[in-house]
Design a protein around this ligand. Structure first.
Ligand code: CMP
Length: 138
């Protein structure tokens, strides 16, 4: 059994896609074992995306992540890291497969509706960034 962190980003929350995104996880038999809505500060967004600090888009990305509330979730299931990434589709919605969350809801490579951890090590860091053990109802 594996866990991953999922984020519904400010663009998708603002556009009213929470229900459809959460329903997509449930329909695909992914268990949601923790969930909350938070509004990140610039500093908190920078801490979360610290691995991208050197990227040219870091400033814009972190500002975007603070534009409004986000919904963070811990997802659980067999191979859930890969399964979630498959459901999300490519980072750039122009390259995302038909039916994926980013194809359906993203509007640009930055405003791409959802985030998902890309490996077990990043999942551990990202889950711990938002949730303590008592907040995960596994
Ligand atoms: P995410 O999966 O959350 O991981 C890093 C984020 O940086 C990514 O989704 C996008 O929101 C953003 N991103 C990645 N590449 C670019 C880019 N070339 N220009 C702007 N934003 C990007």
């Amino acid at each position: 059994m594996q866990r991953t962190l999922s984020i519904i980003k400010p663009d998708a929350v603002r556009a009213g896609h929470l229900g459809e995104i959460i329903a997509t996880f449930e329909k695909n038999l992914i268990r949601i074992v923790a969930m909350k809505m938070v509004h990140l500060s610039q500093r908190e967004a920078e801490g979360f995306y610290a691995v991208h600090r050197q990227r040219p888009f870091f400033g814009e990305l972190t500002a975007f992540m603070c534009e409004g509330p986000i919904v963070v979730m811990v997802l659980e299931g067999q191979e859930v890291i890969a399964k979630n990434r498959e459901l999300m589709g490519a980072t750039n919605p122009a390259q995302a497969a038909e039916g994926t969350l980013r194809k359906r809801f993203a509007t640009s490579i930055q405003n791409n509706a959802v985030h998902g951890s890309d490996a077990p090590e990043t999942a551990a860091f990202e889950i711990g960034y938002f949730f303590n053990a008592l907040e995960i109802a596994g």
